[in-house]
Design a protein around this ligand. Structure first.
Ligand code: 13P
Ligand code: SF4
Length: 325
């Protein structure tokens, strides 16, 4: 728990800097409690674009803070921990996108929001887990062939649900969600028979096949808010427990554990922390209340983007906002 003094000082600095603090649903609970807005990637991107704050302290990972800067170059965007990255976003760079476009001329290049600004700059449209079906189902995307990157799991999930398009999938994945296996779901189900399984679309297809509901972090939290049963099983990072617990303190929330740490070591040195009771994204847990305070008082770490890259990445994000609602 942060001290009262620290919380007061954060409030004072926020006022001085005319700052807003935003936090992704996977952030530590005590960081979420400091935020003006907590949400999934899409909700945070929209909030930052509309916010009148002069400074945004982004409690999340690099690609999210970059997206805020892409949309609002006039704002100072701060990521309290420079090393808070996303191993999946790091699996693809701009050169690889250019290569894929050369190999598939005529295909639309669609990127998940979990990509760098440099990758977005090479793509036609961006999607998040909450709006991907809507964006890709839109008639305004005329191309039948769609290069989808980097998440092979979200890509396969969409390919099975969006008729009339041919998906060319990149082979990236989230080490956190990839770690969850059907055996881990079975273990949770044995403890809570009859409880619905809510899963994030970054989970492997064999886990998604078992799910009763598939959605973004915010969509899963909303499901819980409207759910009348006594227990749910959740296949995503454990940070969502904070909001779920606040909305439904009486509900049993059992997270799906991770039994396989599929390749996480090889990426960014970040290891999905797997246990039988859930999986944690180490990058999402780097930010602390002390880090938020430092960020506000010292202006660390400011996101800066090449203006050409920013403008091209903005086209990609603007198209998402236009089609994603
Ligand atoms: P959401 O868009 O659902 O918040 O997901 C982002 C993410 O990084 C999930 O791993
Ligand atoms: Fe990236 Fe996965 Fe962590 Fe989300 S949970 S930030 S996709 S590594």
């Amino acid at each position: 728990m942060p001290s009262k003094d620290l919380i007061v000082s954060i409030g004072r600095l926020k006022k001085e800097r005319r700052a807003a603090i935003v936090a992704h649903c996977y952030q530590p609970g005590e960081v979420q409690d400091l935020a003006d807005m907590v949400g999934d990637s899409y909700a945070l991107a929209k909030f930052c674009a509309a916010s009148e704050a002069e400074t945004i302290v982004f409690c999340g990972v690099l690609f999210m803070a970059e997206s805020a800067k892409v949309m609002s170059p006039e704002k100072t965007v701060l990521l309290p921990e420079r090393d808070a990255g996303c191993p999946m976003a790091d699996m693809v760079g701009p050169e690889r996108v250019r290569e894929m476009r050369r190999s598939h001329p005529g295909a639309a290049a669609v990127c998940y929001i979990n990509t760098s600004a440099a990758v977005k700059a090479e793509c036609d449209v961006c999607v998040t887990s909450s709006n991907a079906a809507k964006v890709l189902g839109s008639d305004s995307i005329k191309e039948r062939d769609v290069i989808f990157l980097p998440d092979r799991n979200l890509g396969a999930y969409l390919a099975a649900r969006i008729p009339g398009r041919n998906f060319i999938l990149y082979d990236g994945y989230c080490p956190v969600h990839q770690a969850m296996r059907p055996a881990d779901v079975a273990e949770a189900r044995a403890e809570l028979p009859g409880a619905p399984l809510l899963a994030h679309p970054e989970c492997a297809p064999e886990v998604l096949a078992l799910a009763d509901f598939v959605g973004s972090t915010t969509q899963m939290i909303d499901y819980v808010a409207g759910y009348e049963g006594k227990a749910v099983i959740v296949a995503t990072e454990m940070g969502v427990r904070h909001n779920m617990g606040r909305l439904r303190p009486d509900l049993t929330v059992r997270f799906v554990g991770g039994s396989v740490d599929a390749g996480a070591d090889a990426v960014n040195g970040a290891k999905a922390m797997c246990g039988p009771d859930g999986v944690i994204c180490p990058d999402m847990k780097r930010i602390t209340p002390e880090g938020v305070h430092r960020s506000l008082s010292e202006g660390t770490h400011e996101i800066a983007l090449d203006e050409g890259v920013r403008l091209r990445a903005k086209r990609c994000l603007d198209r998402m906002m236009e089609l994603g609602g």
